[in-house]
Structures are given as C-alpha cells and as structure tokens.
Design a protein around this ligand. Sequence first.
Ligand SMILES: Cc1cc2nc3c(=O)[nH]c(=O)nc-3n(C[C@H](O)[C@H](O)[C@H](O)COP(=O)(O)OP(=O)(O)OC[C@H]3O[C@@H](n4cnc5c(N)ncnc54)[C@H](O)[C@@H]3O)c2cc1C
Length: 801
Amino acid sequence: MKSHYRVVVIGGGVVGASVLYHLAKFGWSDVCLLERSVLTAGSSWHAAGGFHALNADPNMAALQAYTIDLMEEIQEESGQNIGLHMTGGLTMAGTPDRWEWLQSAYRVFQSIGIEDCRLVTPEEAVALNPIMSAEGLLGGMWADREGYLDTTGTVHAYAGAARKRGAAVFEHTKVEDLIQTRDGWHLVTDKGTVTCEHVVNAGGLWAKQLGRMAGIDLPVSPLKHHYLISDTIPALEDLAFEVPMTVDLEGFTYLRQDQKGVLLGIYEIDHEHWAMDGAPWDYGMELFQEDTDRIERELTLGFERYPVLQEVGVKTWVNGAFTFSPDGNPLVGPVPGKPGYWCACAVMAGFLQGGGVGKTLAEWMIHGEPEADAWPMDVARYGPYAQNRRYIRETTGQFYSRRFVMTYPNEQLPAGRPLKTAPAHEAMTAAGCQWGVSWDLEVPLYFAPAGFSETPSLKRSNAHDIVAAECRAIRGAVGLIDITGFARYEVTGPNAEGWLDRMLAAKLPAPGRARLAPMLSETGRLKGDLTVFNWGDGSWWIMGSYYLRAWHMRWFRDHLAEGVAIRDLGEEICGFALAGPRSRAVLGQVAETDISGLPFMGCMAADIGLIRARVARMSVTGELGFEINCRYGDHAVLRRTLLEAGAGQGLRECGFNAMLSTRLEKSFGIWNAEFTQGYTPGMTGMDRWIDWDKPGFLGLGAALAERDGNGPAQVLVTLEIDAADADASGFEPVWTGGEKVGFVTSGGYGHHIGKSLAMALVDRDRSGVGTPLSVHVVGAERPARVIAPSPYDPAGKAMRG
Ligand SMILES: Cc1cc2nc3c(=O)[nH]c(=O)nc-3n(C[C@H](O)[C@H](O)[C@H](O)COP(=O)(O)OP(=O)(O)OC[C@H]3O[C@@H](n4cnc5c(N)ncnc54)[C@H](O)[C@@H]3O)c2cc1C
C-alpha cells in the first residue's frame, strides 16, 4: 500500500468495487480500495443476485438498465466468470389498480428508452413460467433484461477489471478513523495511515460508522431479509429453459431458478431492523437464524403462487441484512460541508444498481457533474432532519415493507410525520387543511370539510371538486396560501452582487425588484429555477423549491467567494401568499405601508398589520398576487390578519394542489418536472431569462453553444389532452402516428379552463401549435394536441394588472 492515493474507496462490496472500476475506467488510476476482511464480506456474498428492470423512479430504472448492460462487459474485461443468467423477467399484478399501474409503468419505460418490455396476459405468463399459478392474476410485464448472476464472481469481476486498469485492492485492511486535512483525508487503518484527496464511503452495512468517523450521521439503516432455496423441483428437471426472474407484487415475493430448484425471496411486511447504528465490527460472513413465523403471510402467498414449493423441501434459508435509505434509493455524491468525502452507500440492490452508482460517482468526482440527473440518489436530497434515529427507523421500515406495494400519486404515507410544521399549522388543520410533506415540512394540499378522506387513486380523486372550488376562488376572488414551503436564502456582503451576477444567468434586478433567474452548471445544464430579490438595502434573497435546501446550499457553498455570506433562512422565514384579483384590496386593508404602487415583480419591506414583513408582488398562479414573508413567530398572526381582511372579499384558504393546477394553466414549469439538472435552458424555455450580454456567468459558454448551435432536439410544449377521468402525471410517452416523439414532464387538470393539461418535452419538429399527438394516461392512449403556452390569460394581464 502506498502512503497516498488520489482516491481511497472504503469497502469491497459490489458498490465499492464498481466505484473503483469506474474511476479507473474513466481515467483515474491512482486509486485504491480498502476492505477490512475479504471482498464481498458485507451484504454482497449472500445476495440473491437477481436483477430486474422495474423501478418506480424512471431515473433509477435507467441506471438499473445501465448496470444490467454492463455485466457482460466486466465479465469479458476481467476474465472472471460472473455466472450471468439472462432469463428475462416477469412482474405480475393481481388487482385492477396494480394492473393499471403496471400498464402505466410499461409506458414510462417506453418514455425512458427501455424498449425490450411487453405486457402479457396471465396465460402468456404461465407459459413463460410454468411453475407459477395464474390464480388471481390480471396481467404482467415481461422484460428481456432480467435475470440473475453469481454475486461473488461479480464483485471479483469489478475488482479484477479495475486492477487491470491500474487500481489497487487491499483486503484485510480496516479503516479505523478518518481525519479531515487541508488537502483531503488521513485514513487511519490497522495497517498504517494513508492519505488521499478523496475518500469514498462504500461501507455497506458499516456505512453509518464510516460516516460518524467523519462527523456525519447518514440516513441509512440495515434491515433483515430472507430468501429460501428449495430442493430440486421435478417439473424444472424436465424443462428445456430456466424459469424467468418473477416478481409477484401482491405476494411480496421474487423468485428465480437456482440449479433445478428455485430461490424465493421475501419483502417482509413485518420488517425487522438490525444494528441501526451500523453492523458490529466483528460481524463476519454470518447469517441470522430464519424467522419463519414473522414471514408466514408472505410465505403462504409464495407457496400458493408456486404450488410446486408445497411438494419439495427447503434446502437452505438465508436471513441476512442489507441497507436502506428513507426512500430506498442510494445515497451518492459529495457530502455537504465535507469536501472530498463522497458517499456510495445505502444501495439496496447492489447487483442491480451498483453499476449505475459507480458510473455516477466516478463521473461526479472526475468531471464535477454526473452525465445523468443524479437527484434521486443524491445524498443532498436529505437535510439534517433525516439524521434522526426514529425518522430513519420509520421511513426505512416503511419503504422496506412497501417495496412491492404501489404508492398512488395522491397517497400520503405516515412514516416520519408530522415532523416540522408551520406555526399556523394547528389553526389551518382546524380549518380543514389536508397535509402533504415536502422534505421535513408539512405543506397544505387543500382544505376539506370535516371528516373528508381522500381516496388513493391513479385517476382524479374525490378531492377534485374541492380543488376546483379553490381554483375558482383564486381566479375569481382571492386565495390565501401558506408559503412556508418555499426556500429562501439571504446573500449579503460587499461582493454579494458580483457573486450573484456570476452564479445566476439572468440580469440582476434593480433595487426594489425581483426577477426569475436560471442558475446553470459549467456544462450549461439547469441548476435552479430561482427568483432573486434585491431588497435595496444591500441584502439579496434567492427563492427556490423548499426540498432542494441542502442541495442548493451545497452548490452555493462550493462556489462561494470572498466577501459573500449566504444563509439559509428556512428555519427563520415563512409566510403567506395572496393570489387573485382581489388580493391587492385585501392586502391594502391591513398594510400600514402603502403597497398600492408596488409594481409587478417589485419587492419592499412593509408593515402588514402588526408584522414587519417583506412583501413581493409576484404570481405562481397567473393572478395578481403578493407574497408576504414574515418571521416564524409571526406566521399565525399574519394568517389571522389576512383572513380577517379577506372576509368580505371572498377570500378562501387554498393549498398547493390549486396552486399547481393554476400554474399549469399558465405553462409555468416547476423543478423536478419541467426543470431538472438533466435539461438545458434552450429545451425548457429558461433561455428567455438569460442575460446574453452579461459576461462570465456560470455556464455561459455552454449556453451560448446551445443557442448558436443546432438548437435542442426536444423542446417544452403545453398539451391539451382528451382525457376522461385521469390526467397525465409525468414521464408518460407522447406519440404521433405510432412514433414516440417525447414525454410528459407534468400534467393535471386545469380547473378554470376545464381541460386536462400537460407539459411535455417533444421533438422540435413536432412542437408546433396544433400538432396532433397522443399520450398514454394511466396506460390508455388519449388524443392530445400542442396548444399555445399559457392557455389562461396568455397576455398575462391578470398578474400584471
Ligand atoms: C438476503 C439478501 C438478498 C439480496 N438479494 C439481492 C438481489 O437479488 N439483487 C441485488 O441487487 N441485491 C440484493 N441484495 C442486496 C445486496 O446484497 C446489497 O445491495 C449489496 O451487497 C450492497 O453492497 P455494498 O457494497 O454497498 O455493501 P457491502 O456488501 O455490505 O460491502 C461493504 C464492505 O465494506 C467493508 N467495510 C466496511 N467498513 C470498513 C472499514 N472500516 N474498513 C474497510 N472495509 C470496510 C465491509 O467489510 C464490506 O465488505 C440482497 C441482500 C440480502 C441481505
């Protein structure tokens, strides 16, 4: 072992080995991997080795597809047999809703370019997997790229291929402490100290401890997991092919062939955490005693689905542990506030996702940015709140037990909630508020009559009419919306203006003004759809999406300059918005400062009732609107003040669902739908806000190249869909004449204009207004057409009025 490496990867499981391989492959060969025991000695040696295409998150599904495609490559490159069995796979549905969901998922796969799937009837499925009973099944999805592999062989193949490219691997070398230095990290190991610029936590079951060594509490926990391997099944002895990898969604099981028997794995409803603070250091290649009582329900379902199991014995039980994050996706990327410390942990399905994780992390380290949008696995998607032990226990447990359970888009899950509430929360709840969650915060969805309960549905729900009434109030009178769930950052210091000028692609607003401001990365991709405020007193605000707080703060801090201070105001400032033609009249009644002359996109300090507020005239809904920002302590009083002032003006308290419907009628995009770090200003229309004459802002060169080149292949459009009882939600494919020409970025019902709307990225030559298209909505193909942006008030008179 040398005394210094550019990168040290800690952990010789499938994930660490993949990170090492990708670093070497992309050109960094001064890298090594340290493993406290032998390669595979964590979760990796006893994994079932299965891989299947389905993932509820399209970005994760794309990374899984990458991993699967990589397998043959690493086998060839390393010369190590990985026992690859590409059996294909089935995912089966047994309830009407699940079957509908599977049909939608199939369409989403088409959107993201996973084409080798098809829907199958239960009869076709049984022909493909003859040991499966079709009892109760409604349909399934077949995918070519599914199967299983030899787990130990795969880890050795990654490591072997990495070694061939110059990387080093040291087994029996335990990292005992991590010390941050000016230039990187000191790793204290039982074989001496080694220094490096970058350290990667790929510690799997021990990731928690490796985090704590660096002062980080990662939101990750191990949970136990069972599978059984059956004795030889006579029916398989005579079969000329291997049965496919099969997931029975209602049965909580997955199955694959294992020699002439099968392996049946179980996602346990009655889950069990293990070693929440990280596995013991003396934990070796051990297994736990099986606990068949705890998994009896799932086993019964499994034995009913595969009746042959009732006739043969169990050869082996495996009860092992592997790790989960709160949403089940990996924790990858640079840890905020710890330069040179990278995560590649909480990878629940290392053999399915490890390749994608390794590729993403290596690109990030080498190029400063991964090729694909890494948001769904970015370690910075969580804030400090997610370090709480109970939060971790509840959310990881919920994810595990619901691994094969469908979550409806309008469904609210209980784990880790309520956590943070706005000060007016109780009063709003008393007024009927139904809550959703954004990051740690409860956010208002809509206000319902007492006793109302929303039915989870893929289609329009029983809250549809309630949201319609709130939209009417916004369009016809005035709505009051709690905007605690917006992120606010304060920028001050002698160089604040210069720094903002470099960070944001827009012209900075004059004192007393605000402006929409795209933020770009060096490669010209979007990093934010922000609003920048110039309060005129030397202080500036940036506003954005609440749940991006840790992610944006990491970006800001990584690019901070001398003479600039940036502060996240998310625990100090909250507020309410007034939206609607009567909002000025309502605010005027209680404003002690004259706000009547405040222009559109103007901002000022103002006294509202007894509150010293910061008021901005802006509009997410497309109506005349004001955002009134106050201290947390003032929130409840601000609400009461505005409710009283609005009593005679038809004011109605509204939630985010109405805000989302009205913004869609204005073709206003939102982050993680129309805008992501995978997209560019030219694609999304964000280029409208770029100040092309401004020198030297981040991403200028790449943005100019896009503007002056051939232009983006796809552009953002607004669609009207002839939908019946459901609306598009995101990632549905868009077609013309059987040819796929794009996908939906978000959709919903425009309550005021009475139409089902969507925004979509479509091929430029199909983006003209009037182009006839079709869209799959909940699996059913619906006619659609491109309409001019902003179907409501295209001239913007209402919001400027
Ligand atoms: C029963 C079961 C079945 C599974 N089936 C599948 C499946 O079918 N498909 C699939 O994709 N996944 C499956 N998994 C999950 C899979 O095993 C994990 O996702 C994967 O192994 C995670 O790999 P890893 O590299 O992150 O962690 P690990 O395999 O836990 O590796 C971490 C490594 O880090 C080393 N390490 C930790 N701390 C230190 C230190 N301080 N110094 C040096 N080294 C250290 C450890 O010794 C260990 O070798 C299954 C898991 C279980 C338990």
